[in-house]
Ligand binder design. Structure first.
Ligand code: IPM
Ligand code: MG
Length: 363
């Protein structure tokens, strides 16, 4: 089989973890007779420095022609401090890619690893074996809705504003995908909102409830987001799938990473359609560009490698190989090979080599 990939390393440690991810793909392709046709391009700050934009139209065109897109990480202090006018698509390369591809269905799984038990801030009995999947709507809500802006009031005070808006269609399409995923995994859903105080979340709650009528076997519960944050940290084991808007999903995915030991462990998929349909997707680790780690060779590539595992599963239907990657990571961690963020001393290359070694044993 031949798969077309677009690889966008981006900024900071992005290119380093991407390289590590691609070496995993190389190991897989050799053993399984799969051909990954990879083209490279710039996104984020490095793209701005060269072309004066965070994401070029030609990159979007290439992404449209690809089967999947891999992203390292985007942004950094140098560019974050710049005040660029316009919509979020013009201010951030990733936001542009997500919006223009319609990659609305975000899947961000966090799981607890037995071998990392001693570095997480939880008592073992509360967190052991827990796995929380944050489903995040990626293309709407307060991060994209209009009007938004900055203006000067009559008293010369500055006023910044955004709009927290969703239309029914966006919520329904996203929620349907969420229920399909819950069906695949046989898990329950907790939908989060602030419908006690906000109109857009009242609609969110109503539409999610309506969609649930078509999925009788999936248990749905609604929680206010603030209360959910509290309960999730008090008792992570009680949570399976959390269904969230763009903004809350962003926050809750970082929060859920606490059960994994490090943000560096978290992968993500942003799919352009239902998880049932081997659809195109953007795959990226949830961690940022970690400027302090750049060039040290100490970044944790596991978030990237797990993102590749998600790509094999969701975009290509290669579920078995995807599971083998997860297994190889588990075994590597169990043998005590940990990167700096996991209180170990393995470099990016060393841990990648260990994972490849384990992978080759099970492929
Ligand atoms: C994420 C990041 C991005 C987001 C930033 C870099 C635009 O925080 O992927 O979680 O807000 O979605
Ligand atoms: Mg985030």
């Amino acid at each position: 089989m031949n798969y077309k990939l677009l690889a966008l390393g981006g900024d900071g440690i992005g290119p380093e973890v991407l390289e590590s991810g691609l070496s995993i793909l190389e190991a897989i392709s050799k053993k399984n007779n799969l051909n990954f046709e990879i083209s490279f391009d710039l996104i984020g700050g490095t793209c701005w420095d060269k072309y004066g934009t965070f994401c070029r139209n030609s990159t979007i065109e290439k992404a449209i022609e690809s089967d999947a897109i891999l992203v390292g990480a985007v942004g950094g202090p140098k560019w974050d401090a710049m005040k660029i006018k316009g919509d979020p698509e013009e201010q951030d390369g990733l936001m542009c890619l997500r919006k223009k591809l319609g990659a609305f269905f975000g899947i961000r799984p966090a799981k607890n690893y037995k071998s990392l038990q001693n570095i997480i801030p939880f008592n073992k009995e509360y967190v052991q074996n827990s796995e929380i999947i944050i489903l995040r709507e990626m293309c709407g809500g307060v991060m994209f809705s209009k009007p938004r802006g900055l203006k000067l009031l009559e008293n010369d005070e500055r006023y910044g504003f955004d709009t927290a808006g969703y239309n029914e269609f966006e919520i329904r399409e996203f929620a349907k995908c969420g229920f399909e995923l819950a069906k695949m995994y046989n898990k329950n859903i907790i939908s989060i909102d602030k419908s006690n105080v906000m109109e857009s979340y009242r609609l969110w709650r109503d539409v999610v409830q309506e969609v649930s009528n078509d999925y009788n076997n999936i248990n749905l519960e609604h929680l206010y987001a603030d209360n959910c944050a509290y309960q999730m940290i008090m008792n992570p084991k009680n949570f399976d799938i959390i269904l969230a808007c763009n903004f809350l999903g962003d926050i809750f995915s970082d929060l859920a990473a606490t059960i994994s030991g490090s943000l560096g462990m978290l992968p993500s998929a942003s799919l352009c359609g239902s998880p049932l349909n081997k659809t195109k997707g953007i795959y990226e680790p949830v961690h940022g560009t970690a400027p302090e780690l750049v060039g040290t060779g100490m970044a944790n590539p596991i978030g990237m490698i797990l993102s590749i595992s998600m790509m094999l599963k969701f975009s290509f239907g290669l579920e078995e190989i995807s599971k083998k990657i997860e297994l190889a990571i588990d075994k590597t961690l169990q043998k005590g090979f940990h990167t700096k963020d996991l209180k170990g001393s393995c470099s990016t290359n060393e841990i990648t080599d260990h994972i490849i070694k384990e992978l080759k044993l099970c492929l």
